[in-house]
Write a protein that binds this ligand. Structure first.
Ligand SMILES: [Zn+2]
Length: 299
């Protein structure tokens, strides 16, 4: 090889060079970190990555969440078939956990409590399944009939009693009294429950807190017409609070019109509640993430 002196370029090193090099590095850092304004390890404690709108592009959804500072997600199973999809995702991605339950909307498809609990029991044994649920009662729609919702809920409470280590995710819509009564009948300690996507009154939140349950809030709390929910949230002690998206539903402000909602937007729920409590976002998320790790026993 012939050595050619004319190929050697001389790099003058002046103050201006150093200044511009620093500026370039700063700009590069800003671009790289533009996905998140925080260096956080947030957890979206309740999303549905198996649902249309998210599942067909789940790799991107998860990558976008991670670059926004949301590094772990719990994808909540709502039927035995859906749970299998959730478990499959949890096996593909280290940072995804699954849960196993029957949402009250699907209670009509499972008239036999025994068949339901048999279908769920095996799935609940998976090491990445961190909770039983979501289960509960929903009086917002006339269907399925309350009788079927109650039967499915009671069967799952029995199963939860049998599997004494798993936390329980409650879906309760306009049915707080009945839900709490069934929980009392099941004789399960209240601190095993989280009432997800809370949308009730201050009185209802007091009743839920009285049994020792956790309360979790979605982007609904950021809506201008949800001031009562935000006020109710003030009553929740910091160690009983969790945050979630319930995506693909319920995108928070300022993305309320966005469909579908995604786990990355849990950042806005954190910002809203941190501001309301006079905390920095970092302080707030550190606390609620510790709650989620403890409650769901996340490794
Ligand atoms: Zn849900």
């Amino acid at each position: 090889m012939v050595f050619r002196a004319d190929l050697i370029r001389v790099y003058p090193c002046s103050f201006a060079d150093i200044f511009f090099a620093l500026l370039r590095d700063l700009l590069a850092f800003a671009v790289i970190s533009s996905g998140s304004r925080y260096h956080l390890d947030m957890i979206d404690t309740h999303c549905h990555l198996t649902y249309d709108g998210l599942h067909e592009r789940v790799d991107t959804v998860i990558a976008d969440a991670v670059s926004a500072g949301v590094d772990r997600m719990i994808t909540v199973g709502t039927t035995p078939v859906d749970v299998r999809k959730a478990v499959a995702l949890s096996r593909r991605f280290d940072n995804i956990y699954a849960t196993a339950g029957l949402h009250p909307h699907y209670a009509g498809d499972w008239p036999s409590p025994t068949l339901l609990t048999d279908a769920l029991r095996d799935l609940l044994a998976d090491p990445k399944v961190v909770a039983i649920g979501e289960m509960g009662l929903d009086k917002h729609y006339p269907d399925p009939p309350m009788k079927m919702q109650r039967a499915a809920f009671a069967a799952q409470l029995d199963l939860a009693n049998e599997l004494s280590s798993l936390p329980i995710i409650i879906h309760n819509r306009e049915a707080t009294d009945d839900t709490l009564a069934m929980i009392a009948d099941a004789d399960i300690p209240g601190d095993r429950f989280v009432f997800h996507c809370f949308t009730g009154t201050p009185d209802e939140i007091d009743m839920i807190l009285a049994i020792g349950a956790m309360v979790s809030f979605t982007g609904i709390i950021t809506f201008k017409n949800a001031a009562a929910i935000a006020e109710a949230s003030d009553r929740v002690p910091l160690d009983k609070l969790m945050i979630e998206t319930d995506s693909p539903y319920l995108a928070p402000e300022p993305h309320r019109k966005v469909r579908p909602n995604e786990p990355k937007y849990v950042v806005h729920v954190a910002e809203f509640l941190a501001k309301r409590r006079g905390m920095t976002v970092d302080e707030f998320t550190t606390t609620v993430d510790a709650n989620a790790e403890r409650f769901f026993n996340l490794k």
